[in-house]
Every structure is written in C-alpha cells, then in structure tokens.
Design a protein around this ligand. Structure first.
Ligand code: NAI
Length: 807
C-alpha cells in the first residue's frame, strides 16, 4: 500500500521535458490550479545574446534557457494553452541537471521527454534514486510499453508509476488515457483519475498496456486504411476529406487536414510503432506506411509545422491566400478542388448522424462506396482489437469521441446501423465481423449497450459472453444515454424537459448549434410552469457541442426581408418573456453554460439566479457583430450587473460605460474566469473544470438553493439610470471613435441605439427606470435596427459565412 489516497491533494507538479507536450501539459496543470516546475535539458553554452549580457555557461539563466523559452512560447501559441497569459508566472523554469532533487517537494511528476525508451528509462532511473518523499510518477508516452519503462525500478517507484497519455493540445483535447504498469497501486490510479477529471476537466479512460493504447491504435488504423482505400479507388485527398468529416460524424478536419495539424511525422511514427510492437495484429499490413506517406515525410511535407503537407496555403495573384492540395500521383500542389458526389449531397442535409449513416449504407456511387468502406473497416478493426486494448466497448467509444472528436464511437455507430445488418453486409463483402460480435448477435443481443433490471447501463463483454458494468464515472450525469433516475418528460424541435431526479427539472436546448427560436422559448415557458408546480428547482443546460450560439438569425432574417416587423416584435417579446420568466420563476434557476454561449445564450445565462459554468466558456453579447443589440434582456441585465459590481451609490454613467464597452466591442471571454472579469459571470458563480460534471454540479447547486429556502428576486422597479449625462458621455465616445476611424458609420448608428437603452431613454439625469422600461427600449432599438439595410447585410453575411461583417 502507498500513502496515496484517492482524494489526495495535488498542489505542485514537476514536468520533465519542455517540448510541444511538456510545456502544454504544464500550462494545463496551471489552468487546473497547480504550481509547476518545468525542467528540460541544461543548456551548456551561452548563446551570443547571453554572452553579450556577460552570462557564462555556469549561470542559471543559461542553463534553464530551454524551459524558460518554452514558457515564453506559451503566450504565442494558438490555440492558447493557458486560460490567461498571466498564469505563465506559475510555471517555474529549471533544468534536469540542477533541479531534479526538487521533485521531493512535488505531488506529481509527469515526464514528457523524447519518445525513446532508453532516454525515458535513464531519466526515471535517476529519479527513482532520489530520496523520499515520493510523488506520483507518470510518463506521457504515446506508445512505449509502460511495463518496459517500469522494469528495473524499485517497488516503491513502480507502485506510484503509470502512463498519463494526454492528447495534443492538452487544454482542449478531452481524452486522457491512463495505463497502469503491472504493480501500480489502485489508490494511485484512483487519485489521478479523480484529479484529472475534477481539476483538469479530462475524460479519463483506463487503457491496457498495448502499443499506442486505445485511441491512437484505432485512429492510426483509420488514417492508414483511408490511404489504402483512397489509392485503390483512385480518389483525391480532397475527396477523402469530403467523405470522412461531418458526413460520418467526424471533425471537419476529416482525415488529411487532421494529419496536417498533428504532423505527418507523428502519424507515421505511430503507425510504425504498431508494426514493430504489435507484429501479430491481424491487420498489420495496413500499418506499413504507404510509399506516398514515406515520401512526404522524407520531403518534409509534414503539415502545418513545415507549412506544407496534404494541403498548403500560398499567396494568390491578388494577395489573397489560396489553398492547394497535394496531388499524390504527380506529387505537385494544385488548387484545392471541391469534390462532389451526387449520392452524398442529399445526405449532408440531414442533421441526424444516424440518418446520414443509414442513407450512406443504402446509397450507390463512388463517394458512398468509399465512405461506407472506411466506416465498415474502422468498426471491424475496433471490434477486432477490442479485447486486446480495453475491458469494455464503452472505453473504446469514449476514447474515439474524446480523443479524435468522433460524434459517436465505433460501437455506438454500429448500433445506429443495426448490429446484425452491419455484420451481414460485412460477411457479404468478404470482411466478416469478429467472432465475439457474431456470437452476441446469434444470442439475440440488439445492442452493445443494455439496461439491467435496475435500469443501469451495461455493455456487452468484448470477449466471451455476458455483459460488463459500464465504467463508473462519479459526479457525471448524462442525458444520452440517460443516467439512472433521469427521465425525458416532453419536448419540441428546439428544447426538451427532463426530470433529473431529487426534484430537479432540466430545460435542455437541442437545435442545431442550439440556436434559440420560438420553440425553445415556448419550452422555457413550460419549464417555468412545471418547475413551479412539480419540482423544487430548475436547471438550464445541455450536452451539445455548444451551450447556445444565440438567437435563430435565419428566422429573423426571413421576417426582416419580408418587412414583417410585427413578426419581429413578437419574436423579441417571446425572447424577453423567456428570459424574464426564468428570472421570475418561483423556483431557483441555475444555468450551466459551456463552450460557445453567445448572444441569446448569454442572455439566458444572465437571467439565472446562479451559474455553474464550464471553465471552457466563450461567452459574450455579440449582437453588434450582426448589426443588432441584445434585446432579450441582455443589455438591461449587463447594465444592472455593472451597477451591482460598482457597489452602493454607483455612478450610473460608469456602469453604462462598462456595459457599453463590453456589448459595443462584442467582447467574448476566452475562458470562464475571463467571463467573470468581463462581468458576465458574478463572483458567486461557480466554475467547473469538467464539462462532464457540469449538469450534476448545476443540479446540486439548484437543489441547494431550494433547500436554503429560495425566495425569487423582487421586480426591479427603480434602476438608477444616468439619462442625458450618460447619453452625452457615450455619444462623445462614439464621435471620437468614428473620427479616429476605429468604427464605421453603421457601428455608430448601433452604438447610439445602445447608448439610448443604457442611459434610460429620454430621461433627464439622476432618475430611475423599471426593468420593463429598459426591456421596451431594447425592443424598440432592435426593431429599428432590423429596418437598416446594413444590419441585414451583416446578418446575411453571418448566416452565409459564420463570420461578422464590418460595414
Ligand atoms: P518534443 O520533441 O517537442 O519534446 C521533447 C523534449 O524532450 C524536448 O524538450 C527535449 O529537449 C527533451 N529531450 C530531448 N532529449 C532528451 C534527453 N536525452 N533527456 C531528457 N530530455 C530530452 O516532443 P513532444 O511532442 O513534446 O513529445 C514528448 C512526449 O510526448 C513523447 O513521448 C511523445 O511520444 C509524447 N506525446 C506527443 C504527442 C504529440 O502530439 N506531440 C501527443 C501525446 C504524447
């Protein structure tokens, strides 16, 4: 037994190796609240700039250079590895020669040096020889055997040793694979699992000590088999990407754009590792890198890091950038083509992945043939290696969703198509499903996931027969599949209500990008009514990719183009009723935003009694970007927040200025902490690192408010407003910005409408306005902006390109 407890406190970590992964892991540990010592090889000679400053080889400034420069690099890396640049101050640079003994003051040592068994082993041997106390030791290898790394180390070391395989970039990639060595203590595994989930926000999977673990084994197969099939069928790089992205539930970067991002050298390295370390793999031939890939590596066409891979960006004749694709037959770049397959075009329009896949299954044509073949072979391979790499299918599904961004894991996908139907087709095409799957089908299993008598989910055993309990994830409440005790109640096209158990009701948005229209507003009304009649508390949250991208602009655009202003007026009133309904609800309302929470999504959040936000929160009132102002109560609510922030006796002018800046510049937070700094979240709102734990935490917070004897806030009848003085201040600001050409004429028009709301309309200074008066001003401003041609151009541009237009 070790002295490590599952609820152990981690305060300080050491990261060994300040390369791509080491520095980014260090950054994410800091995001999670740790202090980090980052060590790399000691530099032995001063560079000219150091020599000029009189530094010599013995100076720490010279010896720590690699780690110090890695820390400095974090501020320039995109996407940002740190929640805020200032956090870099919590990473201390050092070197592997002078600072190794300081490991004794750390709770966790993560090694991320080059992927070489000899280098890693030598470093761990030095660490094992250091005096107690001992921390947890983990290696961030992508594929080296953890047992081989542990071999020869002391028993005390081995009990604390495991692999923690982070995916790049660690802040954003959800997956963390944990791989114990034969002697790792259960307590150590549990402690790291709990910490990684709760404080680092990771989705943790327990993997077996097999080459490349779970996600990269199946992921690398997908790329290598994809190249084989591409060459067999004579398709282009663009065609494969058009067929292996969102169409089959994978990220937009599909196959080859992903390779360019990751680096082809790494992709090929991972594949070669399988060839060497898993020679008995039944599909070993697939992993031998195709000659085209070898040639690309030899010619340094590695992707983004060498500015050329399967694609490259060059300057066109007019100075604009042109994307070119590599023609693998001639090995030259040519302008990227838009590859189209008639049988696929109709499928793309279907929002539901299951429907798209089923359509694909039946479709005929070159595109469908390729897409089906790659889906089929990935499902088949995942099933073939399932027992070798994992204990259950859920771990494999999770690994592919969390590590590769698939919408559904292979077994979830197989299930959507029908177990027996897929197996029959595999058989027909001469690529039969593995025996264990056929055996389950023969016994009548309808699905890889089953519910037992108590309603708990289980999965089919990956070898032999029977079922396995789903790996437990404490603190995680999910809707799909529904956790025990969670029940769908009612819904429409935009939103649903769920009984979360223990007296909590959930309002879930579920439209595309969770844009909010009349259906969501109607369901929010039902949520308030039902919460007041049947429940103790209401949660607003969902499991989508984003909390909400804002109001449904397509509906607004249609009404505006037709000049149906009564219709728009009704839409705004409905939206205001939704947000005010949440604010006035007699039960506590807790909102759980995450990821994109824009415009109307922010307005909903601002009207909750309390917020439990995911740390990854990109929140803002961005309406100005589409030529509008927040009119669902967002302008009013942010202004009131600013007044509250400034404290008793606050100057309304100052509160208006602060709200004006945040809305006028369409500021969006880069993380939840920044949303708090912008005043979009309150000091008392919670920030949760784990997206997966968000609904459970929001439910707990809502029930706690209810248990404390919740009283709804009284209507605000007298909000101090600055009247003409505020108006004048904001008007001068707009004038100066226009004179300096920092805003356009239309920006000024929008700014004036905003200023009118924030100053309380035409009131002379020092007076007050009711909440309803401010809402009416919002509505009036919104309607008049809908009549502006330039606003409609902005909306149209956003709908078409997803980007704001400055006009
Ligand atoms: P990198 O090449 O960017 O960094 C390697 C680091 O090791 C450098 O800081 C280097 O100074 C240090 N190093 C080199 N020789 C050394 C020696 N003899 N002793 C001690 N340190 C030495 O590599 P990267 O990509 O950061 O990879 C590090 C580890 O993370 C590898 O094991 C890799 O397989 C693994 N990994 C990499 C991922 C990626 O996408 N790059 C993803 C997941 C894991």
């Amino acid at each position: 037994m070790t002295d490590i407890r599952a609820d152990r406190v981690f305060r300080r970590a050491t990261v060994l190796g300040a390369g791509v992964m080491g520095r980014a892991i260090a950054a994410h540990l800091v995001n999670g609240g740790l202090d980090v010592l980052l060590l790399d090889v000691a530099a032995t000679e001063p560079i000219p700039a150091e020599a000029q400053r009189g530094l010599t080889a013995g100076d720490r400034a010279v010896r720590d250079r690699l780690a110090r420069e890695a820390i400095a690099q974090l501020a320039r890396t995109r996407p940002a590895p740190l929640f805020a640049p200032r956090l870099a101050g919590r990473i201390e640079p050092g070197n592997l020669e002078d600072d190794l003994p300081r490991i004794a003051q750390c709770d966790w040592v993560i090694e991320a040096v080059v992927e070489r068994l000899d280098v890693k082993r030598a470093l761990w041997a030095r660490i094992d020889a250091l005096a107690a106390p001992r921390p947890v030791y983990s290696t961030n290898t992508s594929g080296i055997s953890i047992a081989a790394l542990a071999e020869g180390r002391s028993p005390e070391f081995q009990r604390r040793f495991l692999a923690t395989h982070f995916f790049n970039p660690p802040r954003y990639m959800h997956l963390l694979e944990l791989v114990p060595c034969p002697r790792t203590d259960l307590e150590v595994l549990e402690a790291i699992t709990a910490f990684a989930e709760r404080r680092l926000g990771k989705g943790v999977i327990l993997a077996k000590d097999r080459p490349n673990f779970i996600a990269n084994r199946i992921g690398a197969y997908g790329v290598m088999r994809g190249v084989q099939l591409m060459q067999e069928q004579g398709l282009t790089v663009e065609a494969v990407d058009a067929l292996t992205g969102p169409l089959i539930g994978r990220p937009k970067t599909a196959t080859f754009r992903t390779c360019d991002l990751v680096g082809l050298d790494i992709v090929v390295h991972v594949a070669r590792n399988i060839c060497e370390a898993a020679p008995n793999d039944p599909e070993i031939d697939v992993f031998a890198p195709a000659p085209v890939l070898e040639r690309m590596v030899a010619e340094h066409r590695l992707g983004d890091k060498t500015s050329a891979g399967f694609y490259r960006k060059i300057a066109g004749q007019g100075g604009e950038s042109v994307i070119e694709a590599l023609d693998l037959t001639t090995f030259t770049y040519r302008p990227k083509k838009k590859e189209r397959f008639p049988e696929i075009d109709a499928l793309r329009a279907k929002d539901d992945l299951g429907e798209r896949l089923n359509g694909l299954f039946d479709a005929k044509g070159a595109g469908a043939a390729y897409a089906w073949a790659i889906v089929r072979d990935c499902l088949r391979y995942a099933a073939t290696v399932a027992a070798e790499v994992a204990d259950d299918v859920a771990s494999i599904d999770r690994a592919m969703r969390w590590g590769y961004g698939w919408d559904l894991g292979p077994f979830e996908l197989w299930e959507r198509l029908g177990l027996a139907r897929v197996a029959a087709r595999m058989e027909q095409e001469g690529r039969p499903a593995p025996t264990w799957v056929l055996e389950h089908i023969r016994k009548g299993a309808p699905s890889f996931y089953l519910r037992d008598e108590s309603g708990a989910l289980r999965t089919l055993a990956v070898s032999g027969s029977g079922t396995h309990a789903l790996p437990d994830r404490p603190g995680v409440l999910t809707l799909r599949p529904a956790s025990t005790g969670v029940r769908w109640i009612e819904g429409n096209s935009g939103a649903s209500l769920w009984d979360l158990g223990h007296g909590a009701l959930l309002l879930e948005f579920h439209s595309k990008l969770n844009t909010l229209g009349g259906d969501a507003a109607a369901m929010a009304g039902r949520a308030v009514t039902r919460a007041e009649a049947e429940f103790a508390a209401l949660v607003v949250g969902n499991e989508g990719t984003h909390f909400s991208a804002g109001a449904n602009l397509a509906l607004l655009m249609m009404a505006a183009v037709e000049g149906e202003f009564d219709e728009i007026d009704l839409m705004v009133r409905q939206f205001q009723q939704m947000t005010m309904g949440l604010r006035r609800c007699a039960r506590p309302v807790v909102v759980a935003p995450f990821s994109l929470t824009l415009g109307g999504g922010t307005e909903v959040t601002l009207h909750g009694d309390s917020v439990v936000a995911a740390a990854e929160l990109y929140m803002g009132l961005v309406e100005v970007g589409v030529g509008l102002i927040p009119a669902g109560g967002g302008t009013k609510e942010l202004y009131v927040r600013m007044l509250e922030r400034l404290g008793p006796g606050a100057d309304p002018k100052e509160a208006a200025r602060l709200a004006f800046e945040t809305i006028g510049m369409a500021r969006v937070s880069g993380c939840a902490q920044e949303a708090r700094e912008l005043g979009l979240l309150r000091e008392g709102d919670s920030i949760v690192m784990s997206r997966d734990q968000l609904l459970e935490r929001a439910k707990t917070a809502a029930l706690e408010l209810a248990a404390r004897g919740y009283v709804p806030p009284p209507p605000r009848t007298a909000i101090p407003v600055g009247g003409a003085q505020t108006w004048a201040l904001l008007e001068i600001g707009l004038h100066n910005l226009l004179a300096a050409r920092r805003i356009t004429e239309h920006d000024r028009t929008i700014g004036r409408k905003l200023a009118r709301i924030l100053s309380g309309g035409d009131l002379p200074g020092g007076e007050t306005a009711s909440e309803q008066q401010l809402l009416d001003l919002e509505r009036e401003a919104f309607l008049s902006l809908c009549g502006e041609r330039k606003t409609l151009e902005r909306v149209q541009h956003m709908l078409k390109t997803g980007k704001p237009l400055r006009n």
